[in-house]
Design a protein around this ligand. Structure first.
Ligand code: ATP
Length: 397
């Protein structure tokens, strides 16, 4: 643990934020507003304003090569990621996630637009200045990218050797980082002797070595089993909460977003099609893509026994089956029974899950309502008035 300030691998500016149990610097659910980068910059008089990262109308087109046509990988993306948040970007394969994250650390230069990290317009720096700025931006990868010829200690030490730190300072810092990630006892092990989760811990320690303000995570848990994924996400949440490091992570797994992100952006064909606090996007997804990602979470799928009964002709069906999403207070109130009583109808509860996203209660229920009551519009009106997100998933005879 980082209790001894002298032994801390982090400089005072980061240690100031080390207050276990202290409230998150940006409360869960805070609305940052989507970009409008120039407005934010004008407001604060400093590029980037209160945001750690601003993407201001960023597009990236890869030019045509041989028979391959040009690819518009990012299209006019504007985003503002507040300091101290964990921001998830979710999208399917080829949607543009890697390109997006690579523009943030300057590995890709946008074709147009600006990328501002901690007040610095990354895409306007020359190579030398960019190398310096990159030290403030750590990155972890799906396949860890460790050097196989170096021990865990030496992998973490590498970025510090590159900046010319003394051997004593390197040792002190690396040991602190290995302690932070729970790998003190593995410091002399080579990557081949470590599990996937342990390798990712080394990757995280290495990414934190230069005291970055921002940590980018490129599918960092995609190669790990669910239990190890959870432990790595817990570590990232700690790095965020205790060190105040802003984290941007890209993933194709909604579980990752649900576990640790404050905000989420859904990317499709190079555009951010939906964006907001995770609890909001979960409660009221606006796009079919967001709905389908949420539907892919374990326990969210239609129960098998129910799925087998769906498909009756709506004209002759007796029950219409609804997927109800209740959040916040609605999730812990007897809303469904109240509506059933008020409308004088029987409601069959056919499956579901009660859960939470951060501190927000969240319930997903499969309910069968009499088809006659559904077609009359009374059920829709009552559910809408109660703020319940409702989707018809089929009919049963
Ligand atoms: N260097 C490049 N040259 C040409 N096209 C590229 C290049 N890098 C990415 N692309 C294209 O840009 C689009 C977005 O790719 P990107 O790797 O950002 O997607 P992704 O969402 O990260 O996908 P995945 O989850 O499969 O990694 C794809 O059509 C891809 O083929």
């Amino acid at each position: 643990m980082l209790q001894d300030a002298a032994a801390s691998p982090f400089p005072p500016v980061l240690r100031r934020d080390l207050a276990p149990g202290s409230p998150h610097p940006i409360p869960h659910g805070t609305t940052a507003g989507t970009a409008a980068g120039s407005d934010r910059r004008a407001e604060s008089g400093r590029e980037g304003g209160g945001a750690a990262i601003v993407l201001d109308r960023v597009s990236k087109t890869f030019s045509a090569r041989g028979n391959d046509p040009a690819v518009a990988a990012l299209k006019d993306i504007s985003l503002a990621i507040p300091r101290g948040e964990i921001y998830g970007v979710i999208g399917r394969s080829g949607a543009g996630k890697s390109t997006l994250i690579r523009t943030i650390n300057g590995l890709e230069r946008p074709s147009s637009g600006d990328v501002i990290v901690d007040g610095v317009t990354i895409n306007r720096l020359d190579e030398r200045a960019l190398r310096g700025e990159r030290r403030k931006i750590g990155m972890i990868f799906q396949h860890f990218n460790l050097l196989s010829s170096r021990t865990a200690f030496d992998n973490v030490a590498l970025p510090l050797e590159l900046v010319g730190l003394s051997r004593t300072a390197i040792r002190e810092k690396v040991l602190g980082l290995l302690d932070l990630v729970g790998l003190s006892d593995k410091k002399d092990r080579y990557p081949v002797e470590l599990s996937g989760g342990q390798k990712q811990r080394v990757g995280i320690a290495r990414a934190l070595a230069t005291d970055p303000k921002v940590l980018l995570s490129d599918e960092a848990t995609s190669a790990l089993d669910p239990e190890t994924t959870r432990s790595i996400l817990t570590l990232l949440a700690r790095v965020n909460a205790e060190l105040g490091v802003t984290i941007v992570l890209i993933t194709h797994e909604m579980t990752v977003i649900k576990e640790i992100c404050h905000r989420v952006g859904v990317i499709e064909a190079g555009s951010i099609i939906e964006e907001g606090p995770v609890s909001e996007v979960f409660a009221h997804p606006r796009t079919a893509t967001a709905r389908s990602f949420i539907g892919s979470l374990p326990g969210r799928e239609v129960p098998a026994a129910l799925a087998g009964r769906l498909g009756a002709d709506p004209a002759t069906a007796t029950q219409t089956v609804l997927r109800l999403t209740l959040t916040g207070d609605a999730a812990s109130q007897p809303l469904v029974t109240r509506i059933a009583r008020e409308l004088g109808i029987d409601v069959a509860l056919l499956g579901g899950q009660i859960d939470s996203i951060g501190s927000h209660p969240f319930a997903l229920l499969y309910a069968g309502v009499p088809t006659g009551a559904w077609t009359s519009g009374a059920v829709t009106a009552a559910l809408e008035a109660a703020g319940v997100d409702t989707e018809v998933i089929g009919h049963v005879a």
